[in-house]
Design a protein around this ligand. Structure first.
Ligand code: CMC
Length: 426
């Protein structure tokens, strides 16, 4: 086995080198503290591998993203989201029989428990749909209590996975209906995954919704592009929370909360709000770029930059092309799209962005499409969560199946006072 040699004070510590199937190398420091007393320190886990995984591969330098070895562009063009969900969770594409079983499970689990629906009635209309989504997903552990030992049973796990993937779309659509005061539209058993969701979102008794094949195709593609992204903030959260052996619903609920933040999935909402602000205030592209570079300003270009991608984000390329084609086909001149294109062009010519490898990410153009499809801005991150659900589930399972299984528990370097006391008199 290849070993790395670490010269530490007077010792030389040998550390095993781990090589992945795509040639990535890591140094296994599991025993470093036992052997030397040292830990490694890596603020924000910028260079720390937390697991070995066979689910998703990302090469940030080359802009490659693969699920179970299949390139994202191939999946986005050819696959159904439900097939991709199956692939992520089970490791292989479903055969005809497996597809039928999975599809039946999704259909049978699409409804919400009627008592759960009552929860929606206590939610104020101003609530953000991400807050509703995380609450309702965690509430699934009230309605479908399943404990850790049971979850290790393959059939129970598969049922829970189908339940989550199916119900998240009903919860998402109901939270939207609640926010606009419309009656809920129940899932229909004759519709496919995306069409069913679009119908629950947009159908109304006074304005029937016609599901267009194009809307269904776009929804399917958008969900696939978001389905997994290896050890990002929300997925690592799901793994960390799940490592305490809490149930799957609560683990993914934590992932939803992590995703909501504007540095992560919440960026898709921020991008559109930023573009709208630029349009409304008539800001010049130059001043936006200068503001984003200004160290004294808290403003960042939303939808730009990525911890892993330093060249381009392959998901963004697909989304940009789709958004442009969508607008061109309908002869729409979207002012927000025009601002986005100008911003991208200006940033990519600017040394600040070039030196730091800052490119548009998945969130930069997705909102333009969501908006054109009729989704309100505050639903964008919910759509990201719907797409990411199979990835979270697959990662949760892989973590539990790993040998040896370990609770997630990082260390720290303490920098507080050496000794302090309770004040004698207050
Ligand atoms: N606008 C302006 N400057 C930026 C930006 C940006 N969007 N992103 C990074 N920088 C600068 C940053 O100020 C820093 O500069 P310096 O080296 O002078 O201190 C440098 O680039 C490195 O940035 P960082 O914040 O240390 O990088 P990170 O890997 O810790 O953070 C990030 C990655 C995505 C949080 C960050 O790029 C960011 O805040 N982007 C905007 C929010 C966003 O679009 N998030 C969505 C991410 S993709 C979808 C997902 O998976 O969630």
């Amino acid at each position: 086995m290849e070993k790395a040699k670490l010269h530490l004070e007077s010792q030389i510590i040998e550390l095993p080198i781990v090589t992945g199937t795509m040639g990535e190398k890591g140094i296994d420091i599991t025993n470093l503290r036992n052997e030397s007393g040292f830990i490694t320190l890596d603020n924000g886990y910028q260079n720390t591998g937390s697991c070995k995984s066979s689910i998703t591969f990302v090469d940030g330098e080359k802009g490659i993203l693969k699920y179970r070895g299949v390139d994202i562009s191939e999946l986005a063009e050819k696959a159904m989201f439900t097939e991709v969900a199956y692939l992520l969770i089970n490791g292989t594409f479903p055969n005809a029989e497996e597809k039928k079983i999975f599809s039946t499970q999704l259909t049978e689990n699409s409804m919400l428990h009627e008592d759960m629906i009552k929860f929606f009635h206590s939610v104020p209309p101003t609530a953000h749909p991400m807050a509703i989504l995380s609450t309702m997903v965690n509430a699934m552990s009230i309605f479908y209590p399943q404990y850790f030992v049971e979850q290790q049973n393959d059939d129970v796990y598969k049922l829970m996975a189908a339940r989550l993937i199916s119900k998240i779309r009903t919860i998402a659509a109901f939270s939207y209906k609640k926010s606009i005061g419309d009656p809920f539209v129940y899932p229909r058993h004759d519709l496919r995954y995306c069409g069913n969701f679009l119908n629950m979102m947009f159908h109304s008794p006074v304005k029937p919704y016609e599901i267009s094949p194009e809307a269904e195709r776009l929804m399917n593609m958008l969900l696939i592009l978001h389905a997994d992204h290896e050890q990002n903030c929300s997925t690592s959260t799901v793994r960390l929370v799940g490592s305490s052996k809490v149930n799957l619903y609560s683990s993914v609920c934590a992932g939803i909360c992590a995703l909501w933040g504007p540095l992560h999935g919440g960026a898709n909402q921020e991008v559109i709000e930023m573009l709208e602000h630029i349009k409304k205030t008539n800001m010049s592209i130059k001043s936006v770029i200068e503001n984003a570079k200004d160290k004294n300003s808290t403003f960042k270009l939303s939808g730009f930059g990525h911890r892993v991608y330093k060249n381009f984000d392959p998901r963004m390329k697909i989304l940009k092309k789709e958004a442009q084609a969508f607008l061109a086909k309908r002869k729409i001149s979207d002012p927000l799209m025009n601002i986005a294109l100008e911003l991208e062009e200006a940033a990519l010519k600017d040394d600040f962005f070039i030196e730091r490898g800052l490119y548009p990410n998945v969130d930069f153009y997705s909102g333009i499409l969501y908006r054109e499809m009729g989704f309100p801005t505050d639903m964008f991150t919910v759509l990201f969560a719907m797409g990411r659900m199979p990835g979270w589930i697959a990662q949760w399972k892989e973590m539990h199946d790993s040998v040896p299984f370990k609770i997630g528990r990082p260390r720290q370097i303490y920098i507080g006072p050496k000794e302090a006391h309770y004040p004698e008199s207050q």
